[in-house]
Design a protein. Structure first.
Length: 141
């Protein structure tokens, strides 16, 4: 994550980076960030909104490079004198969902009487369980 922050810092102004870091990484309230850095509240919201996708893109790029490196390393270790070892396939729970109804970059875990449970990662890479409850499953009252 530090590499993604470094990349973001090189792309944006120092003030915008400080606003983003305080607001997103340190999770400070908007008013406190604005007062601390001498910025307007609207500027804090705007900078956070504009820099978050850049940060997420940098994180995804680093994760992809890391995955590719680990995959290549694992393939090199799997080479044997008799040929190439192919690992067994791991099965993952899948479910057909309407387009746009699933959280981005998530995996369906299961469902209950009121909704569905998904496993997703936030921009920091921490796993979170998300329960989606559909209003249509309740009687209107």
């Amino acid at each position: 994550m530090q590499a993604a922050l470094d990349k973001l810092q090189r792309q944006v102004s120092a003030k915008h980076y400080q606003i983003f870091y305080a607001r997103v990484i340190e999770e400070m309230p908007v008013m406190k960030v604005a007062k601390l850095l001498g910025a307007k509240v609207a500027e804090v919201y705007l900078v956070t909104h504009r820099l978050k996708p850049l940060f997420e893109k940098a994180v995804r790029g680093l994760q992809a490079r890391e995955r590719d490196g680990l995959r290549a390393e694992a393939e090199n270790r799997m080479q044997t004198s008799q040929g190439t070892y192919t690992p067994r396939r791991r099965w993952v729970a899948t479910r057909r969902v309407r387009r746009g109804s699933a959280p981005r970059d998530s995996q369906w875990i299961g469902g209950g009487s009121y909704g569905e449970v998904w496993l997703a990662r936030n921009i920091m890479g921490v796993h979170r369980a998300i329960k989606i409850i559909r209003r249509s499953r309740f009687e209107s009252g």
